[in-house]
Design a protein around this ligand. Structure first.
Ligand code: SF4
Length: 238
């Protein structure tokens, strides 16, 4: 290449550089190392809420056809998993699905569920902000009380894992079955109702089941007093 050609090439290259955006760096693919690829920002990672939801979905997926206890083969329509916010600070735990829950595949959607929704909304919380589950996830025949072995099996397979994922600050157990499942068979709902108990690093407050309130409406006031204690404690724990 002669001097004239070299000068033309240099002028063309300078002209090319002038047209490039600020910060442009010349890169000769034949000699240079490959430039560093763009780093994906942390904001692109999934949020904690998505991670917890995904964990709950994965857990539930494993048990859609569960037959680990006799309730899996005693006429249930479907397994009724817990539902609500995976980020909930307050979790309600009841006994097990009834007819409406078994048909709709969601916990507390029958008459008891409507009353529970009213109670939650009276606390100033949309139902979607709390997490609601049951000790057993399959409807016992004729709505009988789950046997201790059934409660224990389902609690170990699902409920304890749901609690570990959601990590609520307070669990409100609804009725004797849920209270005994978490706090032990010796505990009596009449003696423990309305009193916070420390359990696995969180607080449990037992109260009456909404089905009991439908049969004994005068006890609604008692349960409301328990809910006020929960509201105050949640405020304190913020
Ligand atoms: S009640 Fe629980 S342990 Fe029993 S079959 Fe249903 S999901 Fe499985």
């Amino acid at each position: 290449m002669n001097a004239e050609d070299l000068e033309k090439k240099r002028a063309a290259y300078l002209n090319f550089l002038k047209k490039q955006p600020k910060g442009f760096t010349y890169y000769d693919a034949s000699t240079a190392k490959k430039p560093i690829e763009k780093v994906i920002p942390i904001a692109a990672q999934p949020s904690t809420d998505q991670t917890k939801s995904t964990q709950l979905d994965s857990l539930n997926c494993k048990y859609t056809s569960c037959q680990a206890c006799p309730l899996g083969s005693q006429g249930r329509t479907q397994v009724v998993f817990g539902k609500g916010s995976a980020e909930a600070t307050l979790m309600f735990v009841g006994e097990g699905p009834g007819r409406d829950e078994d048909a709709q595949g969601a916990p507390f959607v029958g008459r008891s569920g409507k009353l529970l929704t009213q109670i939650i909304e009276a606390m100033g919380l949309p139902r979607e902000r709390v997490y609601i589950s049951n000790v057993v996830k399959c409807r016992p025949p004729d709505n009988r009380t789950p046997l201790a072995a059934e409660s224990s099996t389902c609690k170990d397979l699902l409920l304890l894992k749901e609690i570990d994922i959601v990590q609520p600050k307070i669990i409100c157990t609804l009725g004797a079955t849920a209270t005994k499942a978490l706090l032990g068979d010796d505990i009596k709902i009449t003696a423990s109702r309305g009193v916070f108990v420390e359990w696995r690093g969180l607080l449990v407050l037992p109260t009456y089941h909404p089905a009991y309130l439908l049969r004994n409406p005068t006890e609604k006031r008692t349960v409301w007093e328990d809910m006020k204690k929960i509201m105050a404690k949640l405020e304190e724990l913020q």
